[in-house]
Design a protein around this ligand. Structure first.
Ligand code: NI
Length: 138
């Protein structure tokens, strides 16, 4: 782990109050950890903006009764197997399925894959959650 450096800085009182409100709302007990995580959040956003190698999850909810939808989604995943690290399928009820894919690759490729999957007819909800491979976050 990298050595910690203590620092002091000036901040307007109302802005400090806003920071404390954000910290409490986010249930962080430790202000330093909250600020470190805010910085990391900015860095992850920057990695995605700069189209760097990233990590993300794609969640899909769909009705498997729809003609050939399951096959279509499986075909698309096979076609993009280099980007998909792991996938999980859960049968939600008699008709609905949920899948979560852990994906890794350039940000633009992951976005394209997530959009391709969620725009298939019969996919009721599709969401991309962005994360990071962890490089440059420590
Ligand atoms: Ni299922």
């Amino acid at each position: 782990m990298t050595e910690l450096t203590r620092l002091s800085f000036s901040i307007e009182k109302p802005l400090l109050e806003q920071l404390e409100k954000l910290r409490k709302d986010s249930k962080y007990a430790n202000r330093s950890e909250f600020i470190r995580d805010m910085i990391r959040q900015q860095l992850v956003g920057r990695q995605w903006q700069d189209d760097r190698e990233t990590l993300g999850t794609v969640t899909l909810l769909y009705n498997h009764d729809l003609h050939k939808l399951s096959e279509k989604l499986t075909d698309l995943q096979h076609h993009h197997h280099q980007s998909i690290l792991v996938s999980t399928h859960v049968h939600m009820d008699k008709h609905l399925c949920a899948e979560v894919l852990l994906v890794k690759g350039r940000a633009s490729q992951i976005r394209r894959l997530a959009n391709l999957l969620r725009q298939q007819k019969g996919v009721l909800h599709g969401a991309l959650s962005i994360s990071s491979t962890g490089k440059s976050l420590t």
